[in-house]
Design a binder for this molecule. Sequence first.
Ligand SMILES: [Ca+2]
Length: 173
Amino acid sequence: MLQIHEVLLFVIIQGVVFAACSRKNIVPQGTATQIDTYRHIQENGVPIDLEASRAIDGNNNGLYATLDFSHTDTEGSTAWWLLTLNKVYLICEIKVYCRVSNDKIDGANIWVGIGLSGGNYNGAVNIGTIKYESETNPYVFSDLKIRTSSVQIQGGKGSLQLAEVEVFEIDCK
Ligand SMILES: [Ca+2]
């Protein structure tokens, strides 16, 4: 049986470990690409390309009017959006903000892995599938503990339309 002083020492050690670790969104250290890009024609006739980088610009507003989301031209299982980080990170959580009220995201898979290329899932780990729920944003994949340099989102019912993707590392420096 543990003595009182042994229990106290354990609690103190646990406290030090937690105090030294924090979460940090590492997406700013990455670049985003996608299979292809949808070109939206605005009411004034001016085209605007909804590039992959719109999902890592720090703004998670997914309202259609703002056009602040990425948008593939390709629809269905072959569509992909890829975040390539500058190095391997130990991550704990991924948040995916989609275009608001857009059920085309339903069934999209979230993959992680080291050095993934677009549309290639060899050696990748599937950490979950998005189940569309009306007005529910973001979709959160937590309690992860996996080393990765890439996050790839694949498929769904239609084109991939992502307002923002956030990836949190476990930072214990
Ligand atoms: Ca954004």
